[in-house]
Design a protein around this ligand. Structure first.
Ligand SMILES: [Zn+2]
Length: 98
């Protein structure tokens, strides 16, 4: 069995569900800032990400649909891996809109 990760790449301002907060990604501290703040002991660069739970590739937990549903941290990972088929559509010209 070959497992294929179909996740979309997340980046600053990745599309989210309408009305939900945006994906925000950025630098929290640079090596230089951290080095100065630590009293010249270490310089650890840090990034941050803030996002709603309906951004990018995600699964809607059963809890999303009702308070008695399973929260995502209790949802069996095995159910996230399913058989699939691969269809090569590269010969079809993409539609253009607008
Ligand atoms: Zn969702």
């Amino acid at each position: 069995m070959k497992i294929v990760d179909l996740s979309r790449e997340l980046h600053h301002r990745s599309p989210t569900y309408p009305g939900h907060p945006p994906v925000i990604h950025g630098v929290w501290k640079t090596h230089e800032e951290s080095f100065v703040e630590s009293g010249h002991v270490h310089g650890l660069a840090s990034m941050f990400i803030s996002m709603p739970d309906h951004a990018g590739t995600h699964i809607d937990a059963p809890r999303h649909f009702g308070p008695s549903g399973l929260p995502i941290d209790q949802y069996p990972l095995e159910k996230c891996i399913v058989p699939g088929i691969c269809i090569d559509l590269r010969h079809i010209v993409p539609c253009r809109t607008a």
